[in-house]
Design a protein around this ligand. Structure first.
Ligand SMILES: Cc1cc2nc3c(=O)[nH]c(=O)nc-3n(C[C@H](O)[C@H](O)[C@H](O)COP(=O)(O)O)c2cc1C
Length: 307
């Protein structure tokens, strides 16, 4: 369980991009939501990343598989931050989000420090958000800033001054993540983990999305990298880590054992959109309950201990 400074606690998160911009999920998720097999209220929902200006990216709504491919046990995507921009979100989506009663964090991505700060300023009227997630790791973004250790640190510190919400920082295994985390203790309240650039995950194999630069790998196929990050971050910093790449139910326990404070579901929503809901319900049902209160044997008996 991760507890943020505003009192919001969470154990399960829907990662950015998993449930679209408003937590209801994508078109193909709707029948599952109506059937109760996808329950957004079970997760702290991170919106798909928002940029200052609308961004075309590579996603075309009529052909999503142009830049997203399913792998046998994961996915590779090169969406490239397609989104209609922060002002659209504040005007058109936030009112629905505010009415939903669900827990939301907003993910933001900029190309300069000033852009990140400007996005945060534009979100300021959105009361009730639980956190601001800094996407410093879009593998499909050309932004130089995101990959520069000092720039990531400076951006988080600048946002800390502007953001009324707790900050979550999203990094990838291509970052100098231990250095960044150590420098941001007391600034960011959790670290989340992004997908793995294709050439890192599969250095000898051409990507099916090579025309978009290769894209980034997620799901079980990314576990070797994302779980290493969880282990190292948990052992070396005080900032709680959100574990990624859950594919099977057992992965949740494994991530908590590795030191994750919470778990985010990402591309498993794409491949098996019903799994996160089933897994969370199962986890909550199986969770060892607190010892029942012993009503009659709490006080030591005058006749010696009772067993
Ligand atoms: C189709 C798709 C779109 C995504 N869009 C975003 C995004 O807008 N912002 C972001 O920070 N991460 C985005 N991600 C990354 C996920 O949030 C998640 O961090 C990543 O997939 C690793 O987790 P996983 O292995 O559990 O899937 C996206 C992933 C996929 C597959």
């Amino acid at each position: 369980m991760i507890k943020l400074s505003n009192g919001h606690s969470f154990e399960f998160m829907a990662a950015s991009g998993a449930l679209a911009f408003d937590g209801r999920g994508w078109l193909w998720d709707q029948p599952l939501r109506w059937a109760g097999l996808l329950r957004p209220g079970l997760f702290t929902i991170v919106t798909k990343s928002l940029t200052l200006k609308p961004r075309r990216g590579n996603l075309r709504w009529w052909n999503p598989f142009r830049c997203v491919r399913l792998l046998p046990e994961g996915a590779v995507n090169a969406v490239g931050l397609t989104n209609p921009g922060v002002d659209w979100w504040v005007k058109k989506v936030y009112p629905r989000v505010a009415r939903s009663g669900w827990n939301f964090a907003v993910s933001i991505a900029g190309e300069t420090l000033q852009e990140y700060v400007e996005i945060a300023i534009r979100l300021k009227g959105c009361e009730g958000l639980k956190a601001l997630e800094i996407n410093a790791s879009c593998p499909n973004s050309p932004g130089e800033l995101q990959w520069n250790t000092q720039s990531v640190i400076d951006t988080a510190k600048a946002l800390k001054k502007q953001s009324p919400w707790p900050l979550i920082l999203k990094l990838s295994c291509a970052h100098n993540y231990l250095t960044i985390a150590r420098k941001l203790e007391g600034v960011v309240e959790a670290i989340n983990i992004n997908s793995v650039p294709w050439p890192v995950a599969f250095p000898r194999q051409p990507s099916p999305l090579r025309k978009f630069g290769g894209g980034a790998v997620s799901g079980k196929a990314a576990q070797a990298f994302t779980w290493k990050m969880v282990r190292e971050l948990a052992a070396n910093t005080f900032i709680p880590v959100i574990g990624a790449s859950v594919w099977d139910y057992e992965d949740i326990e494994k991530l908590f054992d590795l030191g994750a404070g919470a778990v985010a579901f990402g591309s498993v929503f794409l491949r098996y959109p019903w799994r996160p809901t089933l897994y969370v319900k199962r986890f909550q049902k199986n969770r060892p309950r607190a010892e029942p209160r012993r009503l009659f044997h709490d006080r030591p008996s005058r006749h010696g201990p009772s067993f």
